[in-house]
Design a binder for this molecule. Structure first.
Ligand SMILES: C[S@@+](CC[C@H](N)C(=O)[O-])C[C@H]1O[C@@H](n2cnc3c(N)ncnc32)[C@H](O)[C@@H]1O
Length: 191
């Protein structure tokens, strides 16, 4: 999970460095948004905005207390995000870590399509899931009480099934060096 946090911070910084203009970022189910502390772009404000979305108000209180002004806490559930009446605007980078592990396929697929639709041209959506061969599953279930839905890389990619195929420029899949977390990144076509 520390690797996941660091990888996302690195991806935010990479984007801020490479993209002309300041990128707008959405973190879905941000928790305490710990990657924000590791990201130079977040700490120095080299972003248009980071919308840090979570359903838990206590997590967002912590985000507000520990983040610079470029971060906007947003109390909203996945259900709210999927509502037709919700309009958070468009983003260059949307990611979600630690959420898909709890969502059944139908909801996860609908969420993925919704997040992909919220990307600006050329934008990227990154989401991840614990893998079925995660070495610490026994510990996670027994001592942490985490009852997760594990998915292999192929199953994570399948969650992009409802994304508009004509707008998908590329799909990348990879996993961490521990065999614990699988990542899928979908790139939206540039206009
Ligand atoms: C395991 S934590 C992950 C936090 C953070 N993204 C990370 O990588 O450490 C899961 C987060 O998802 C949020 N969450 C769970 N269900 C949600 C839902 N239906 N809508 C929005 N947030 C949700 C929880 O409040 C919690 O902050």
């Amino acid at each position: 999970m520390r690797h996941r946090r660091d990888l996302i911070a690195y991806r935010i910084d990479q984007l801020a460095e490479r993209q002309p203009g300041k990128p707008r970022v959405l973190s879905v189910a941000c928790g305490h948004f710990r990657e924000g502390r590791m990201s130079v772009a977040v700490q120095t404000g080299h972003l248009e905005e980071v919308v840090a979305l979570d359903a838990d108000p206590e997590s967002l209180t912590e985000v507000a207390a520990s983040s610079p002004a470029v971060v906007t806490p947003c109390e909203m559930s996945v259900r709210g995000l999927l509502s037709k009446n919700t309009d958070l605007g468009s983003f260059d980078f949307i990611y979600s870590a630690g959420l898909y592990d709890y969502l059944e396929d139908r909801l996860a697929t609908a969420l993925t399509a919704r997040l992909f639709a919220m990307l600006r041209p050329g934008g990227k959506l990154l989401f991840c899931n614990f893998l079925p061969d995660t070495p610490d599953i026994g510990y996670m279930e027994t001592f942490m009480g985490w009852e997760l839905i594990y998915r292999n890389l192929g199953e994570i990619v399948k969650l992009t099934a409802d994304c508009d195929p004509s707008a998908m420029a590329a799909t990348h899949r990879y996993q961490d060096g521990f065999g614990s977390v699988g990542y899928v990144e979908v790139v939206k076509a540039a206009e």
